[in-house]
Ligand binder design. Structure first.
Ligand SMILES: [Zn+2]
Length: 153
């Protein structure tokens, strides 16, 4: 199982648009912990057994998610270091993401070093720019056509 943290923005919850989603265990653990604190402060506010059971169940689920996320984020030690010295400013990348590996753009005539952006779906970014992606695509298509032309001889 994977837990996700989603950020919505809009005039109301029903009209809100999804802005970002993350499965980063440091972020998930942090948010789950904060929600637990919030619930603890708010109190139950009802004695209806069904509502209490529901609230207890959600609280327990949040605890499980938090503990799981903390276990996952512990071995990297980066999140723990930042938690321990929380006054120290950290960039969003340091706090909420693993360092991204650099890659070399494989487009013909480029070879530029760049940091591929992370994507939720699909393949990771392979080229430094859309222009290089298109250039590589054209080169492949040309090579394919030449290969086919040779085959016909
Ligand atoms: Zn390039």
């Amino acid at each position: 199982m994977v837990s996700f943290i989603a950020l919505y923005r809009g005039p109301s919850l029903s009209a809100a648009e999804l802005v970002a989603v993350s499965a980063d265990p440091v972020l998930v653990g942090h948010v789950a912990g904060a929600l637990l604190d919030e619930r603890a402060r708010a109190g139950s506010g009802t004695d209806d057994p069904a509502t209490v059971a529901l609230t207890e169940g959600k609280r327990h689920a949040l605890e499980l998610v938090r503990d799981e996320a903390q276990t996952q984020s512990a071995p990297t030690s980066q999140g723990a270091t930042h938690r321990a010295s929380s006054r120290q400013p950290a960039t969003a990348g340091e706090r909420f993401g693993t360092p991204r590996p650099e890659a070399f753009c494989p487009a013909p005539g480029c070879g530029k070093r760049f940091t591929p952006s992370r994507r939720l779906r699909g393949d990771p970014q392979r080229f430094c720019s859309d222009r290089c992606r298109a250039a590589d695509h054209r080169a492949r298509r040309r090579a394919r056509q030449e290969h086919r032309a040779k085959g016909e001889c």
